[in-house]
Design a protein around this ligand. Structure first.
Ligand code: SME
Length: 157
């Protein structure tokens, strides 16, 4: 089993993601269990990209329920359309929040979280079965590069 991915501190976010993707493709491509793949993707992103919080919420009836994650403790249930995660679920679109304090209805699991990106997850029938939620302790941390690569990475699960 390969060790935790050590990413050189590239200045270029894209270069970091290219290395991350190579490892994720190898690890997740050889595993069919969705939870195991989510768990490893959280570790790869947490330690490879130095994100503050990385985790998954999965759809259960009319709620998102906390699944595997890396980082401080988090809220366990989010209603459809509520918070950043619930809005990404309801709109089926990735949401980038540059300043969480300016997002109406933001659910603050940690006061250290300053910006966020949430990527909806789709199954083979294009149904949304959950979201990937990534928090940063820095303002305005996420951009289209993160969106492009995270949307590509969650398709490996
Ligand atoms: N901030 C999210 C809630 C999940 S915690 O960040 C892990 C939201 O507003 O949906």
């Amino acid at each position: 089993m390969s060790e935790t991915l050590i990413i050189p501190d590239f200045d270029n976010k894209d270069d970091n993601y290219k290395l991350i993707y190579q490892q994720a493709e190898t690890m997740l491509g050889s595993e069919t269990n969705r939870i195991a793949n989510m768990a490893n993707l959280c570790a790869i992103l947490k330690y490879g990209m130095h994100f503050f919080w990385v985790g998954f919420y999965l759809v259960e009836h009319k709620e998102l329920v906390l699944s595997v994650f890396q980082g401080p403790v988090a809220c366990t249930r989010i209603a459809f359309g509520k918070g950043v995660c619930g809005k990404a679920w309801s709109t089926k679109q990735t949401l980038i929040v540059k300043d969480v304090e300016k997002f109406e209805g933001h659910i603050a699991c940690s006061s250290l979280s300053k910006s966020e990106i949430v990527v909806p997850l789709f199954d083979h029938n294009n149904n949304c079965y959950g979201v990937l939620d990534v928090d940063s302790d820095k303002l305005n941390f996420f951009d289209q590069t993160d969106q492009r690569w995270l949307e590509k990475l969650v398709r490996l699960i």
